[in-house]
Design a protein around this ligand. Sequence first.
Ligand SMILES: [Zn+2]
Ligand SMILES: [Zn+2]
Length: 327
Amino acid sequence: MENIRRQCPCSSGKDYEVCCKKYHQGAVPENALVLMRSRYSAYAFNLPEYIIATTHPASPQYSDNMFIWKRSISRFALNTVFHKLEVLDFKESAHMAQVVFTAFISQGGQEATFTERSYFDKVHERWLYRGGNLSQGYAPNLVTTGQLRLLPLAYYGDSILRRKGDPIVEITEDIRRLAEEMIDTMEASNGMGLAAPQVHHSIRLFVIRTPIETDKDKIEYGDINVFINPVLSMPDAETWKASEGCLSIPTLRAEVERPRGITVEYTTLEDEKVQERVSGWHARVIMHEYDHIDGLLFIDRLNKQELDKITPFLQNLEKRIHDGREL
Ligand SMILES: [Zn+2]
Ligand SMILES: [Zn+2]
């Protein structure tokens, strides 16, 4: 018989029975902060199903291999003692939220604290964990006073991803703000590039983190670049294949064949015209993002055989994202 009153690990000061338990049993958290707290206590009580059910399909943590995923959550939960949670900052808009918190834990008898800025998306009236940036140690300077600048992503199945974007007539303050928010969103989602239709704007604009190829398999990120009304021309006859992914098609990767190099002309945020010859990953990212403003996705570049292989995955993904998810 278990009838021990225990304090909720989420540091609310309340008993678990009247605090996070109801969420773990299916109640919908009223806001992202409540969700964040209930996820923390779900880790403390080793409830991998709850963690999985409240993780957004676009989260870097999301895995289609439920067995492996559950196991790794349990392994972390069982090897960690959760002492205390301190919320440093909480901001919420209609569809996005961020929570900055410090967790006081110990692992193998060693005390540890970490501070994380977590991002949440509201999907079908439910908040889901989308990802977080971890900073080691206690870092109260992560607390910001600025506005939330993350934009909701459009996912596979959303018709805006299939629309051809309109040219930008004038670089207004709105365009500048959108570009900045897209950069924040790209970085928070750990993307290499992001195109305006992916954040529900049907215009010819994309941002990238310029890839620097250090060796064959490793890519580092250089400067951030904004492309307005880009035009591609003179693709190399030589093509190469590499594995691509897309923030709008979470967790899928596939080998895409593209020209080795291409010329890109575009307008910068400062209204300057630029023409560049780019190659390798730099060209690939630009071509991938350019496809988005033309209503194309990287899966359109696959041959029929490859497309057949991933069709069940795509159907499943579309269902998961657009039909809502049960807890
Ligand atoms: Zn609680
Ligand atoms: Zn993409």
